[in-house]
Ligand binder design. Structure first.
Ligand SMILES: Cc1cc2nc3c(=O)[nH]c(=O)nc-3n(C[C@H](O)[C@H](O)[C@H](O)COP(=O)(O)OP(=O)(O)OC[C@H]3O[C@@H](n4cnc5c(N)ncnc54)[C@H](O)[C@@H]3O)c2cc1C
Length: 485
């Protein structure tokens, strides 16, 4: 029955899409069976590659006619399974919608189609002294539509804010197939804010107006080595508490440093139990003043070595270890779980000490690499999948880390989204009433529940599935298309 409906749907799509843009061949469909969370897979019923908003709307209207679910997909780099397709549904891929429609430097904005990559926006305005600020490590390949859906972040979002702070307007196709505009100047409810971060459940973005940011006059990067993460965490709190908002503050612990040394020989200070990378940018005089302050704070917090990058080559050398750290753990462990949680910055020393304790109690190593300024942890839970029971213990530790985040008033995700991966943790963070209220918002946009169903909200089917297990280097990192922060 489902096959018959999908066959009929495909014929309807071919009335307005060329036949190459309607994929039904089982082999070609498998290209789209997962996103960056590769252990969740499903072959989509049909894949379409529209080129205009009108075509997206027509696809969605036909899905509505038949009551068939649909899922939007940008570049498929998501790490929470948000773009996982439905075998009984239609996958709407935006990769043919790649035009930069307008650049307006005077008003500091650009209008782009959803399939445009994050970095392409910066490349289009760099010569004029501007850039697009949110910088996920996947920026060479991830789409701006995917960034909007995930409210993506990056190392420099501490100072400049996440995607939501840089989207000025959207054109969307609603779940019943209307094309509407949402803007940050609209009076009334903030529907633009509701859409950003909605993970494809409130419709499909077909045009994105983004804010352009002026490139800073000066940039300084500093590496501070500490005996352990507790001292590093204290330095982070003192820097931010002292009124300084660096462009980025990133931390790595001893195990993450060991992995990075093994992978890229980054030559970080010997004996470091933690390193902090602090990047300052802005007007030259301000950067100079902040540099003196950050140096003083790091010393007072126990830094035993400080290095400063004098030029772009030295800056790249400092970042090298950090940028490679995530993928590098493949050098010291056959398998690992990628976690993404948030705690208040002030809770960092306590939470990191508790993660250490969990690691010791369960005999599972945890490498910590994280956006320290945002309190956004990316613990990498290492295990040997050949050892009986190790996977289960790693999963237990991984779940307990999220419990710690919640206990300290944080969140189960900082930037990778909920998707299918973390939907089962939502009831730990939110009450039934909270979840019902969220569902009311979803239903207001999508009463029939056709837009990316099964994501974000828990269903019993997902209980007990293993989160984010990864073996070796991510394929996108390996191919040089993305760096893992
Ligand atoms: C190596 C690597 C590094 C990464 N680093 C970071 C990082 O530093 N920070 C970070 O935040 N993330 C990071 N990510 C995760 C990922 O790149 C981001 O979530 C990104 O925004 C996803 O974009 P995409 O185009 O690949 O979206 P997809 O994976 O295709 O889709 C993601 C979600 O968006 C929805 N969606 C896609 N397009 C649209 C649209 N037009 N309208 C509505 N919904 C849509 C999908 O349904 C899905 O729910 C990383 C991923 C990898 C593999």
């Amino acid at each position: 029955m489902v096959m018959k409906t999908l066959d009929e749907l495909s014929r309807r799509f071919e009335e307005f899409l060329d036949h190459k843009s309607v994929i039904t061949d089982p082999v070609r469909l498998r290209t789209y069976e997962c996103d960056g969370l590769t252990h969740h897979r499903a072959t989509p019923g049909v894949v379409v590659l529209p080129e205009t908003a009108e075509q997206v709307a027509a696809v969605v209207r036909i899905c509505n006619e038949y009551g068939v679910p649909f899922v939007a997909r940008g570049s498929g780099t998501g790490l929470s399974g948000g773009a996982l397709p439905r075998t009984d549904g239609v996958l709407i891929v935006t990769s043919k919608m790649r035009r930069i429609l307008e650049i307006d430097v005077a008003d500091r904005r650009a209008v782009v189609e959803p399939g445009v990559t994050n970095l392409a926006i910066t490349e289009a305005v760099r010569d004029q002294g501007y850039y697009y600020a949110p910088d996920p490590s996947s920026q060479q390949i991830c789409s701006i539509g995917g960034n909007v859906a995930e409210n993506s972040g990056g190392a420099h979002c501490l100072k400049y804010g996440f995607t939501v702070n840089h989207v000025l307007a959207l054109e969307i196709v609603t779940p019943d197939g209307d094309i509407v505009e949402l803007s940050d100047v609209d009076p009334g409810y903030d529907l633009l804010g509701a859409f950003v971060g909605s993970e494809g459940t409130l419709g499909i973005a077909t045009k994105v107006t983004v804010r352009l940011t002026r490139a800073p006059e000066a940039v300084t990067t500093l590496l501070a080595a500490f005996g352990g993460t507790e001292q590093g965490g204290q330095a982070v709190s003192a820097i931010i508490g002292g009124g300084i908002v660096p462009a980025a503050i990133e931390m790595m612990d001893a195990l993450a440093i060991e992995a990075a040394e093994a992978a890229v020989a980054c030559a970080y200070p010997e004996g470091a139990g933690a390193v902090l990378i602090v990047e300052l940018d802005g007007p030259e005089a301000e950067v100079r003043h902040q540099f003196d302050e950050v140096t003083r704070i790091c010393r007072e917090s126990g830094a035993f070595e400080l290095r400063t990058a004098a030029d772009p080559a030295e800056r790249a050398a400092i970042w090298k270890g950090r940028k490679s750290a995530f993928a590098a753990v493949g050098r010291i462990s056959p398998a690992y779980i990628v976690q993404d949680g948030v705690v208040p910055r002030t809770a960092l020393p306590e939470v990191l000490a508790s993660i250490d304790r969990l690691s010791w109690e369960h005999g599972i190593r945890v490498a910590n690499v994280f956006h320290a300024g945002d309190g956004n942890l990316h613990p990498l839970v290492l295990f040997d999948d050949a050892e009986p029971g190790a996977g289960e213990r790693a999963e237990l530790v991984s779940g307990k880390i999220l419990d710690l985040c919640i206990e300290h008033g944080g969140s189960i995700t900082g930037e990778h989204g909920v998707g299918v991966d973390k939907s089962r943790y939502m009831p730990k963070m939110f009450s039934d009433d909270d979840l019902d209220t969220m569902q009311l918002v979803r239903c207001a946009f999508d009463p029939r529940g056709l837009s990316n169903p099964g994501k974000v909200f828990p269903t019993p089917r997902l209980c007990g599935e293993v989160p984010g297990v990864r073996k070796g280097v991510h394929p996108l990192v390996e191919s040089g298309q993305a760096e893992q922060f």
